[in-house]
Design a protein around this ligand. Structure first.
Ligand SMILES: Cc1cc2nc3c(=O)[nH]c(=O)nc-3n(C[C@H](O)[C@H](O)[C@H](O)COP(=O)(O)OP(=O)(O)OC[C@H]3O[C@@H](n4cnc5c(N)ncnc54)[C@H](O)[C@@H]3O)c2cc1C
Length: 380
C-alpha cells in the first residue's frame, strides 16, 4: 500500500524540517550527548509549537492528530536528534495515547494540557530485573488501601526517568493461573515519597539516560489508575503497538542521517586518486543502506496508515519494529565502515549512530521476540 501525504501533512513535515534545521545544530546534539544532558531547550520549544500535543484531543490542549502525523514528527526529529525524538515518543505514547485513551477524566484534565505544552514529561516502567522479554512476569505489587494503592518493588531500564515528572508503572494487582491477568497500570509522580532511583550506565541513550527505580510503600490514588483493574496487559498491548510505530519512525529518520553523512564523506574522501564513492565496494554498501532506509520508511507510513484506519495487526507492528530497527543497526554499522578510521573517532557522528542503533534491536521487545510474534501469527 502506497501512502500519499495530504497537502496538510506535507506542510507539517516541512514545518518540522525547518524547525529542526533552525533549532537543532549538530554541535547542540553532540553537546547534549557528551554532557548527558536532556535537550530541555528544544523540548520546551516543541511544546510552544504545539507539537508535543500532536495526538492529544483538542479539548485537552492538543491538536488531535493521527498516527501518520506522529510518524512524520518523529521521523524528522529522529533525523536530527534521536534522543529528543525518544523524549517526544514518550509524550505521545504514554501521555497522548495511554493517558488520553485510558486515564480518568480528572487525570486527563490535570495532566494532558501540561504534557501538550511540555511542562509535564512522562516515562514508562515495565521491565524488572526478573521480567524482561517475559514482561508479564512482573512482580512489583500494587495493593489496595482505601482510596489508594500502595506500590512496592523495583523496575529497571526506565528511560528518561531523570527528566520526567510522571512514570506510567505496570504493577501486579492480582496473582492467578495466568500471569497476563492481574496487571494494572498507574501514573506515579516521579518525586512521590518512597520513589528513588539510580542511573544505569549504558552504551548510548545518554541525554535522557535510563534508570533503576525503587518503589518503597509508594501511595498512589485510585484516580491515577489507567483502564480497568487487572486488565493492564491488554491495554498495554495497544500502547506497545503504537510505541513500535514511534520508535521505528524515529530510527528511520536516524538511518537517513547516518546515510547522508556516509554519502557526503564517501564523495569527499579520496584514496588512490579518486573519491572512495567510486569504488564499487563503497558504492554498493551505500546502495544497500539506501535500500534499507527506503524500505523502513515505506513500512513506517504503511503501518501508520493502517493504525489510523484501525486495521493494524500484531504482525504488522512486529514486522515494522524488526525491520526498521535491524535496518538502522546495519546502516549505522556500514556507515561507520565507509568512514574508515574516522568513523571510529568521536569527531564524526557515525560512532553515535553505531552506539544508538544497538538499542533498537533490544529495547521494546528484542528482534528475537518480534520474530516469535511473526511466527506465531503464521501458526508456527
Ligand atoms: C537503554 C535501554 C532502555 C530501555 N528503556 C526501557 C523503558 O523505558 N521502559 C521499560 O519498561 N523497559 C525499557 N528497556 C528494557 C527493554 O525493553 C528490555 O531490555 C528488553 O525487553 C529485553 O529484556 P532483557 O534485557 O531482560 O533481556 P532478556 O529477556 O533477558 O533477553 C536476553 C536475550 O534472550 C533472548 N530471549 C529472551 N526470551 C526469548 C524468547 N522467548 N525467544 C527467543 N529469544 C529470547 C533475547 O532476545 C535476548 O537476546 C530498555 C532497555 C535498554 C537497554
Amino acid at each position: 500500500m502506497l501512502v500519499e501525504f495530504t497537502p496538510e501533512q506535507i506542510m507539517f513535515r516541512d514545518a518540522v524540517r525547518d524547525f529542526c534545521a533552525r533549532e537543532i545544530t549538530r554541535e547542540y546534539v553532540r553537546e547534549c550527548d557528551r554532557e548527558r544532558r536532556p535537550p530541555r531547550e528544544v523540548y520546551d520549544k516543541l511544546g510552544k509549537m504545539g507539537w508535543l500535543g500532536i495526538n492529544i484531543a483538542e479539548e485537552h490542549g492538543g491538536s488531535g492528530g493521527g498516527a501518520v502525523e506522529v510518524a512524520i514528527l518523529l521521523e524528522e526529529l529522529g533525523r536530527s536528534f534521536l534522543d529528543l525524538a525518544f523524549w517526544v515518543f514518550r509524550a505521545v505514547t504514554w501521555g497522548g495515547l495511554a493517558i488520553g485513551r485510558d486515564g480518568q477524566d480528572d487525570l486527563k484534565r490535570a495532566v494532558l494540557p501540561k504534557i501538550a505544552d511540555g511542562t509535564t514529561t512522562v516515562c514508562f516502567s515495565l521491565t524488572e530485573p526478573e521480567a524482561g522479554s517475559d514482561a508479564a512476569a512482573i512482580s512489583l505489587t500494587a495493593t489496595e488501601d482505601g482510596d489508594d494503592f500502595i506500590l512496592n518493588g523495583q523496575k529497571v531500564f526506565t528511560s528518561g526517568f531523570k527528566a520526567s515528572d510522571l512514570d506510567v508503572v505496570a504493577c501486579r494487582t492480582a496473582t492467578g493461573e495466568k500471569k497476563h491477568h492481574g496487571i494494572t497500570l498507574f501514573v506515579v509522580d516521579t518525586d512521590a515519597p518512597g520513589v528513588t532511583y539510580t542511573a544505569m550506565e549504558t552504551l548510548g541513550h545518554w541525554p535522557l539516560g535510563t534508570a533503576h527505580v525503587f518503589f518503597d510503600d509508594v501511595r498512589v490514588s485510585k484516580s491515577r489508575m489507567l483502564g480497568t483493574l487487572h486488565n493492564g496487559w491488554n491495554d498495554n498491548a495497544v500502547y506497545l503497538r503504537y510505541e513500535r510505530l514511534c520508535l521505528s519512525a524515529a530510527r528511520t529518520g536516524a538511518s537517513k542521517a547516518a546515510l547522508a553523512d556516509s554519502i557526503e564523506y564517501a564523495q569527499q574522501r579520496s584514496q588512490f586518486d579518486q573519491p572512495i564513492s567510486k569504488f564499487q565496494a563503497v558504492s554498493h554498501r551505500l546502495a544497500e543502506m539506501q535500500m534499507k532506509t527506503e524500505i523502513s520508511e515505506a513500512l513506517v507510513y504503511r503501518y501508520a496508515a493502517l493504525l489510523d484506519r484501525d486495521e493494524a495487526t500484531v504482525r504488522d507492528a512486529a514486522i515494522l519494529k524488526l525491520y526498521a530497527c535491524e535496518a538502522y543497526k546495519e546502516v549505522a554499522d556500514d556507515g561507520l565502515q565507509v568512514l574508515g578510521g574516522y568513523g571510529y573517532t568521536m569527531e564524526y557522528d557515525l560512532q553515535r549512530h553505531y552506539r544508538e542503533s544497538r538499542l533498537g534491536v533490544i529495547g521494546a521487545g528484542t528482534s528475537d521476540v518480534q520474530r516469535n510474534i511473526i511466527a506465531r501469527t503464521m501458526g508456527l
